[in-house]
Unconditional design. Structure first.
Length: 436
């Protein structure tokens, strides 16, 4: 009679192992022991799984590191009617997201140690996706006085940003980059010139004119990025541009990287999967910040992903309640939910032949982990057992009414997609399982 294995051992067998960080794409198995990965590889358990180890048959489906979503608005504390840490956690794990990084634009703003600790403590208690907070770069997100970055980093803040607001004042941004550089901290910018964007509701151009709406020019992104690249060169501070959406924006980042500046960027699924025509019928669910751009801009974002200019893909999850969206287009709030659609829309890049599967997954696993200094995003012995099992070919239709998120404002409503999450594991625990 074989000796029982220690408690907490789980073998995931008959899997297609995908690890973008190491380039692994092979049939194989993975063993977890409690909260960590104990072994992984193509030859694991070829002679069978020893007695006493729990076995999960992956059915030949893809087993990859859990997704790391580096831009999420959680709304708690302050706007729990739109989203809570629990509802966002449930949405995240249903989408294969095992770690979220939340913006500081809550009420109160995450600009003090107590608020950083509150978010982290609440998320741990709920026990779904891990939550890491950004802290405000300026007090109250007002763009004037710098927050206490040193104390906030010690409390667990991953990086500093004014969230959905650009740090518009050049002197303030210069000081933020310089101050952050002394801690090795990252500044995350919403790259949009505030004065050019003020009052705008959608992308500036012929369609906005025909619809009678004020436009936000693509130049608003380019002008802010051009300024910021000069400030990065001046200060040596680490800089990350969020949700890049324009051809000029991609070109500016590409040039900055070629010059050796410490610059990274991400985009979000709407900016490579949709263009401004999605708002044609005054669809407020497609009113986003930055706005959906022209088809030429969309294609440039795809090219930026293909050539590695764009380092990561974030959901840009921005839940809004129905009343905020059921308004005339100009008055409706910006934003769309994205936690439950991050994986399938990212996989469109694979199905359309733009990226290989590992390249696409890198943008939502090891890519954001590397930018933020997180240990996750890898299938590695000793790493946290944060995993997603998914079928990349399974087709389904996006139906926001079935989302776990409290808010249903998806720009991808009714879109047919391929790629379905079957199971999500956080610290070795199955926190989501789909019965299909």
């Amino acid at each position: 009679m074989s000796k029982p294995a220690p408690a907490g051992l789980v073998a995931y067998v008959n899997a297609r192992l995908l690890d973008p960080a190491s380039g692994l794409d092979r049939p194989g198995a993975l063993l977890t022991n409690g909260e960590t990965i104990a072994d992984v590889g193509p030859g694991l358990f070829q002679g069978g799984v020893p007695a006493g180890i729990e076995v999960v048959d992956c059915g030949g489906h893809c087993l990859a590191p859990g997704l790391i979503d580096m831009r999420v608005q959680l709304r708690e504390p302050g706007e729990e009617h739109k989203e809570t840490l629990r509802s966002a956690g449930e949405a995240a794990v249903a989408g294969g997201v095992t770690a979220m990084v939340c913006l500081p634009n809550t009420d109160p703003v995450i600009d003090e140690v107590a608020t950083v600790e509150f978010v982290a403590r609440r998320a741990r208690k709920i026990g779904l996706a891990k939550v890491y907070p950004y802290a405000a770069a300026t007090k109250g997100l007002e763009g004037k006085e710098l927050a206490e970055m040193g104390f906030l980093m010690e409390a667990g803040a991953l990086a500093f940003t004014d969230g959905v607001k650009a740090i518009g004042d050049s002197q303030t941004m210069r000081r933020a980059l310089s101050y952050a550089a002394t801690f090795g901290a990252l500044i995350v910018q919403h790259p949009e010139d505030p004065s050019l964007a003020s009052g705008g509701a959608m992308n500036a151009g012929e369609l906005a004119t025909r619809m009678g709406l004020s436009g936000i020019p693509a130049a608003a992104e380019a002008i802010m990025l051009e300024r910021d690249m000069r400030l990065v060169a001046m200060t040596g501070g680490r800089y990350h541009a969020a949700h890049v959406s324009t051809a000029d924006g991609v070109a500016i980042i590409r040039k900055a990287k070629a010059a050796g500046l410490p610059v990274t960027c991400d985009t979000a699924p709407p900016y490579f999967a949709l263009n401004e025509l999605a708002v044609k019928d005054y669809r407020t669910f497609a009113k986003l910040s930055p706005p959906l751009r022209s088809e030429d801009d969309r294609r440039a974002v795809v090219e930026g992903l293909k050539d590695g200019t764009i380092d990561a893909i974030a959901s840009d999850h921005a839940p809004q309640d129905a009343d905020s969206k059921r308004q005339p287009f100009a008055q409706a709030e910006f934003g769309g939910v994205g936690l439950e659609t991050l994986l399938p829309i990212t996989l469109e890049l694979v199905h359309d032949g733009h990226l290989g599967l590992l390249d696409a997954l890198r943008r939502v696993t090891s890519g954001p982990a590397d930018i933020l200094g997180l240990a996750g995003g890898r299938l590695k012995v000793g790493a946290a057992a944060d995993l997603v099992l998914f079928d990349p070919a399974r087709g389904w239709k996006i139906e926001p009414d079935r989302f776990r998120s409290k808010s249903k404002n998806s720009p991808f409503d009714a879109r047919p997609v391929q790629g379905l999450v079957l199971r999500t594991i956080v610290d070795g625990r199955t926190v989501f399982r789909r019965d299909v």
